[in-house]
Design a protein. Structure first.
Length: 124
């Protein structure tokens, strides 16, 4: 196996602002792609981590096939690079602290770290 250069991107995440965070991830990914084959972003880089409540966290959650995965996949394809980013995933009414690995060909792997309890407003 040849040498693989990995870049770690530390970014200022806006809590609950996936659109802004996604744009920041893509900007940093493009910059790092000049010298790295893999760009690693922080835990919950897409959605933020320190929400005041689970209800608040649920509002910024996305599915693994959501708009951010699509746009980051497109950026990885254009730049010929892999990226790992963390986010709060919504799947079937459940919430997870998750991570996605995306490459030039699209999603490669997905990891769910923690199943979060349902928000109080969901009727549970």
């Amino acid at each position: 196996m040849g040498k693989v250069t990995i870049a770690c991107a530390q970014i200022d995440v806006r809590l609950g602002d996936a659109s802004y965070n996604r744009d920041t991830i893509i900007t940093k990914l493009r910059a790092a792609a000049a010298s790295a084959a893999l760009v690693v972003f922080p835990e919950c880089a897409l959605t933020g981590f320190c929400h005041a409540s689970l209800d608040e966290a649920a509002q910024s959650a996305e599915s693994r096939e959501g708009p951010s995965a699509e746009k980051i996949s497109e950026a990885c394809r254009r730049e010929g690079v892999h990226a790992v980013y963390g986010y709060i995933e919504e799947a079937g009414g459940k919430y997870y602290n998750a991570a996605m690995l995306i490459g030039p060909g699209g999603p490669v792997a997905h990891y769910r770290k923690v199943h979060l309890p349902l928000p109080a407003s969901s009727g549970s």
